[in-house]
Design a protein around this ligand. Structure first.
Ligand code: GLN
Length: 532
């Protein structure tokens, strides 16, 4: 029988509930349990794919082509597992399914209502995903008190009755602010959010306070008293240097042991040695590399979270740390900052993924500078496409070469719409999405980094390198180092004349793990280390 751990949030969003949920999943999995995770997003969008990264941070792409919440990325990285689009449930999906059933006549004669029809649909999806697992950790997005979240909390409440106490566990994660004037840890917001939760019938079994520092005794006492949980069920997720330390500090405080005991697990000895080893390496690394991050969503770092993580995994692997220098491409474009100055002192340049015209000129300027100065450069997706545009213009000599995404009338469409995209009208879930096989070209740098003939990476794009220009690009010195097995789409490019200049149409960052960094990122960082 599957057991269910529900994680709710209080006071504020963005307090690291996803990391706490992933940490719980990791602790339970480290005892040898078969764990899966679900993120519930109460918004009406069917998936995260049509949302601006400013709204919601990165869109995390699963192997099966789901455009999901970035927390799935944390889950995959913490648990070293592969999830499916079904592991991200949204209000949009639930209502869409219920309305389809209603139109199909499945509820004939009934009045279709939030309770029981919407809540039944939520429960059945949770159970369907959980079928083959010992335990599912379900993070309910948003904050207790949000109207949108109510049906999901109600479904969770019902599951406690239906599955039984020994099969369900509720963890509430909420912020404990510290007043800067007095240094006092204030627990009132947590008290209120627990009350809100109890008002709708859920009594948390454990409370995790998110606080800059470990909770003081007095704060623990208050949270225990007003939150109606024993003192041993109050924990702190305090500030740590790397997120991979969170499972370790929570387990030290006994969170895993409490859940394992309450849920009557047979396998009860967590083994976090892989993360302990990672954290030790991370802390021992003092050498710092500066990587320029060229993009246009630089104000919200969550927009590029998987890339940041992949860099960090690779740095730790190489016994160093990365300092990210954010270069806002739109400011370069408007000449408010100059690449010559911005990139003068960096060790490497990473050109980020993206969509649309804004900031493109700035990115191309940065690519040109990095290529000419032979600064190690990695371009991901749009970053790779613009590296091809820059090369076509300035090396091949194709004036006004462009991607048709930016200039539909360019005389040289070196990047053009994928054939399958031409007739499409709907924009949700219609990009080339998910994992596909890539055949690497022997003798290339990318081949050496993977050391394999065929690799699988994930995708999220509509445009591709125009096959008509491949010969011209290659005869001018750009090497294509990988093609998709199915359709021979260009997947990797490189400049053999440069120390490290690689572009990926695919997104290797999605599969990077702390203990197994993505080969291209690892190669990028190793190369930089060998030069400095
Ligand atoms: N806008 C480009 C495309 O759709 C690149 C997408 C991306 O960077 N993820 O092909």
């Amino acid at each position: 029988m599957t057991k269910y751990v529900f994680v709710t949030g209080g006071v504020l969003s963005s307090v690291g509930k996803g990391i706490v949920a992933a940490s719980i999943g990791k602790i339970l999995a480290s005892c040898g349990n078969n764990v899966t995770m679900i993120k519930i997003d109460p918004y009406i969008n069917v998936d995260a794919g049509t949302m601006n990264p400013y709204m919601h941070g990165e869109v995390f792409v699963t192997d099966d082509g789901g455009e999901t919440d970035l927390d799935l990325g944390h889950y995959e990285r913490f648990l070293n597992t592969t999830l499916s689009k079904r592991n991200n449930i949204t209000t949009g999906q639930i209502y869409q399914a219920v309305i389809m059933k209603e139109r199909g006549g499945e509820y004939l004669g009934q009045c279709v209502q939030i309770i029981p029809h919407i809540t039944d649909e939520i429960k059945s999806r949770i159970r369907e995903v959980s079928k083959d697992f010992d335990v599912t950790v379900i993070e309910i997005g948003g904050t207790v008190g949000d109207i949108e979240g109510l049906p999901f909390l109600e479904a969770a409440r019902q599951m406690r009755i239906e599955e039984g106490r020994e099969n369900t566990f509720f963890v509430h994660v909420a912020l404990v602010p510290i007043l800067s004037v007095t240094g006092e840890q204030k627990t009132k917001p947590v008290q209120h959010s627990v009350q809100e939760l109890r008002r709708i019938g859920i009594q948390p079994d454990a409370i995790v306070a998110r606080c800059e520092k470990p909770l003081e005794d007095e704060a623990i006492r208050k949270i225990s008293l007003f939150g109606n949980v024993p003192r041993e069920a109050v924990f702190t997720s305090y500030n740590v240097e790397t997120i991979y330390e969170v499972p370790i500090i929570l387990e030290k405080q006994g969170l895993g042991r409490l859940i394992l005991r309450e849920l009557r697990f047979e396998k009860t000895s967590p083994d976090l040695s892989d993360l302990e080893e990672y954290v030790r390496k991370f802390k021992e690394s003092s050498r710092v590399l500066t990587i320029a991050m060229v993009g246009k969503y630089t104000k919200l770092r969550d927009s590029y979270i998987s890339i940041i993580e992949a860099l960090s995994h690779s740095a730790t692997h190489n016994h160093c740390r990365v300092k990210l220098k954010w270069i806002e491409a739109t400011l370069v474009e408007r000449n408010e900052i100059r690449v010559e100055e911005e990139l003068a002192d960096v060790d490497g340049v990473l050109v980020l993924p993206g969509f649309g015209k804004r900031g493109v000129k700035g990115k191309i300027k940065a690519i040109k500078y990095a290529r000419e100065r032979n600064i190690p450069t990695l371009g991901i997706c749009f970053g790779m496409q613009l590296a091809v545009v820059e090369f076509a213009r300035n090396v091949v000599g194709l004036n006004n070469a462009n991607t048709t995404e930016v200039d539909p009338n360019t005389p040289h469409p070196v990047i053009d719409l994928l054939e399958e995209q031409r007739e499409l009208e709907a924009l949700g879930g219609t990009m080339r999405l998910g994992s596909e096989a890539i055949r690497l070209v022997k003798g290339t740098l990318v081949y050496r980094l993977y050391n394999r003939d065929v690799v699988f990476e994930r995708h999220r794009h509509r445009y591709e390198v125009n096959p008509r220009y491949v010969d011209l690009l290659e005869s001018s010195g750009m090497k294509i180092s990988g093609y998709s097995v199915k359709k021979s789409l260009v997947e990797f490019v490189e400049l053999p004349g440069n120390t490290f200049f690689v572009g990926c149409q695919c997104h290797p960052e999605y599969k990077s793990r702390p203990t197994d960094p993505a080969p291209v990122f690892k190669g990028f960082i190793s190369k930089i280390i060998s030069l400095t």
